[in-house]
Design a binder for this molecule. Sequence first.
Ligand SMILES: [Mg+2]
Length: 236
Amino acid sequence: MLNYLRFAYRENIMKKHLGLTIVFALLLSVTACTVEKPITAIDRDIQYVTVEVIQASLPETPIVVGFDIDDTVLFSSPGFHYGLTNHDGPGSTNLYGDDPLHSSEFWNDMNGEFDKFSLPKESGRALVKMHLTRGDKIVFITARNSSTQSILPEILAQNFGIPKPDVIFTSESPKTQFIQEKGILVYYGDADSDMMQAQKASARPVRVIRSTLSTNNASAYQPGAFGEEVLIHSAE
Ligand SMILES: [Mg+2]
């Protein structure tokens, strides 16, 4: 009788453990399904697209397309982070003064050296590859300040396989005029200003998602807010 009670008790414990295991497994699978969810507020209204969907929508003949650089094709936050937060100047001040983004020394270092530490985004690689395969012309337009030194063309050539990248620095001016002048039909960017300026230039804006690690909090970022297409899974 005692043995039977012990057996029944063990059975009961095992059943409880099995139940708990199933509950944990279910919780884990639900969590795994919801980890990647970069946008929440206006999710249901966003028109997500893939590289394949974009490709299928393009005309058969080659076109000109434009790309923003920071947070669109390059994760360049490491250089900007150093520039804005270092204490390497006299008396532990910022090496580039009180306003690093308006320091020519900062832009010489950022454009001329720090992009060695910028990471190419996988989504950017997939987009560039698709456009190169089609024979499209690619133009990069960045609102960065220009500088006497720049390794950006080499960095973009090495990381994206573009022989001689065309890189335009607008030095904080709107990109609209350059998008028009270059005859750009599709413009990729992460910032609201990219979308607005592409629309103003009658180009098709496509939003690229900003990495959650990006230190760019300065430029407004509301994916889908302009009715533009958003490239899915483009945070990396
Ligand atoms: Mg950007």
